[in-house]
Design a protein around this ligand. Structure first.
Ligand code: FS2
Ligand code: SF4
Length: 544
């Protein structure tokens, strides 16, 4: 196997025997073959779109869900990948029929046929590996892989919008064009770079679509205190990013005496009016994803994983963790959607059987709910505070959390940011500091939780809104972006920020292994992107 798509890739170079994430060589091979199939589907879809024909939404949904399934910490179940691979072949055949004649010079993946058995699939997967073509120019490989990882992130956002009934043709169609481009040997380094910038803009549309889907379905998030301590009684912890799964579970558990806790990236759900009205959405449990094995150990309740980030479940809780949607782990109970409905009865019964926590802990809360609607409704007051010198600077400290020790940098920079600065945060990296007391500046809390990584659109909208009000560009705002990355959603967000011309981003804890030295130099030259150093040095550079 060879995989270098995430930040914890072994030795900062690539996972070759097994993934640090828990992905084994078999699943890695099946994922490679699935991406190979998506490239073939991309070629056919792109040719169909060039003919002016439409592609069925269900096919686009499959492309995006299959792509999402290969994102880090989502699906580790080989049998589910065999299902995706078999379905991908049917879709290829459908697209060939829709296209009519397949061009004679079509790449090999277009005419490849998935074999009948998993063993044969595993043999074929070798030619689908990232490093299979040893002669490929390293910059071309770097840009192709960057585009594919961006697509994996965008697939996650598109998936969440689709489940709420929101689609965008430009977003759906771009998947075909982009996958086709990754097998087009005519494209130069410059062509691929331009395509990646185009991708960034399309991803902005996708994030806007998801924002619309979430806020039109559940209302605009509002500032909300969230309990972070335990309450007596049976419970289910809901992790991942999918608001619809959480909503459905809240409906099915109402009146049953079960408390629902959010976990990880589900924390911002407490701010949505249509979710917070459920009284049994009781609080938030634990910290960021990489602590789950300790935090779920032997708990007297259940866990529902709606998306990434899943780690290998310990035996002590394997019987009480459930997956749904794209997520999977072999031998872990999976709740499927049947005829548009999910039946959560097995997890509900298990939570009642386990009995839950036996006593209440003394209460503590944190505050969430500072999406673009709330923050921009305060824009006049914020700008007034800036003009009066009460707010000197804004820091957006956001992105993924992870296990590397170097990530303490993010805690340190938040703690050392002077008292006349505001910290905006989003995604699971916030758990490094979101339980600390930062105080307030007048009526504004100094720490504003904008939402999930899926809400990066909100942060862009806030920055744009403040820039418009001040009559300047985003790069001229007293704002610094200090980002942490781990998986491929962070890749797509970074590409969107770059496509908007945003400069001087600090990125850590390490730089992606799939970015070649030449590509990195272009990013430095064009965007002045900087690897993080130390909190003290950064604060000195930023604040002077
Ligand atoms: Fe965090 Fe993990 Fe949100 Fe990422 S929960 S690192 O995949 O999606 O951010
Ligand atoms: Fe390694 Fe990350 Fe790939 Fe897992 S997803 S195999 S940790 S590079």
């Amino acid at each position: 196997m060879f995989c270098y798509q995430c930040e914890q890739t072994i030795g900062g170079k690539g996972c070759t025997k097994a993934g640090n994430c828990g992905k084994d060589a078999e699943v890695a091979a099946l994922q490679d073959l699935l991406v190979y199939q998506l490239k073939g589907i991309g070629f056919l879809g792109n040719e169909i779109l060039k003919q002016g024909k439409n592609i069925d939404k269900e096919i686009s949904k499959f492309v995006q869900d299959a792509c999402f399934s290969t994102l880090t910490n989502v699906n580790f179940d080989p049998e589910r990948f065999v299902e995706y691979l078999n379905k991908s072949q049917k879709i290829k055949e459908n697209l060939k029929t829709l296209l009519g004649n397949v061009p004679a010079n079509a790449p090999e993946c277009v005419n490849y046929t998935i074999p009948a058995s998993k063993d044969e699939m595993l043999k074929d997967a070798k030619k689908a590996g990232i490093m299979y073509d040893q002669n490929l120019d390293m910059n071309i490989r770097s840009l192709r892989e960057t585009l594919i990882y961006g697509l994996k992130g965008m697939a996650a956002y598109a998936h969440h919008a689709h489940v709420l009934g929101f689609y965008d043709n430009d977003v759906d169609n771009f998947f075909y064009k982009a996958f086709a481009s990754t097998i087009d040997n005519k494209l130069s380094v410059d062509d691929l770079f331009n395509l990646i910038m185009e991708f960034g803009k399309v991803n902005l549309k996708c994030m806007e679509l998801l924002d619309k889907a979430n806020t039109q379905t559940y209302g605009n998030p509002v500032p909300t205190p969230v309990l972070i301590t335990k309450k007596k009684g049976p419970f289910i912890i809901v992790s991942g990013h999918d608001l619809k799964d959480l909503h459905e579970l809240l409906i099915q558990t109402e009146g049953k005496g079960i408390n629902i806790y959010t976990h990880g990236e589900m924390l911002p759900a407490h701010g949505y009016p249509e979710l917070k009205r459920f009284k049994h959405l009781i609080g938030n449990y634990g910290g960021a994803w990489q602590n789950q094995q300790n935090e779920f150990d032997n708990i007297p309740g259940c866990i529902l994983m709606t998306t990434n980030c899943l780690q290998k479940p310990r035996d002590s809780y394997k019987d009480r963790i459930f997956t749904t949607s794209i997520v999977g782990w072999p031998d872990v109970q999976h709740i499927r959607e049947i005829d548009g409905k999910k039946d959560f009865t097995p997890i509900i019964n298990k939570a009642l059987e386990l009995g839950g926590f036996t006593e209440d802990e003394p209460e503590k809360t944190i505050l969430v709910g500072f999406g673009h609607n709330t923050v921009l409704s305060l824009a006049d007051k914020i700008l007034d505070a800036v003009k009066k010198g009460q707010i000197r600077h804004f820091f957006l400290i956001g992105g993924c959390d992870g296990a590397r020790p170097g990530r303490n940098y993010y805690t340190e920079i938040a703690q050392k940011a002077p008292k006349d600065t505001i910290i905006l945060t989003l995604a699971c990296g916030k758990y490094r500091f979101n339980k600390l007391d930062f105080g307030s500046i007048g009526e504004f809390p100094r720490l504003l939780d904008v939402g999930q990584c899926n809400d990066s659109y909100s942060a862009i909208k806030i920055a744009q809104g403040l820039a418009d009000a001040l009559g300047c560009g985003i790069n001229d705002l007293p704002l610094s972006l200090i980002l942490s990355w781990y998986e491929q959603k962070a890749v797509c967000i970074l590409l969107t920020l770059l496509s908007l011309g945003i400069k001087n981003i600090y990125l850590g804890p390490t730089l992606p292994a799939f970015i070649s030295p030449d590509v990195l130099q272009v990013l430095i030259d064009k965007f002045n992107i900087k690897p993080i150093s130390t909190a003290d040095a950064e604060l000195k550079t930023i604040l002077g």
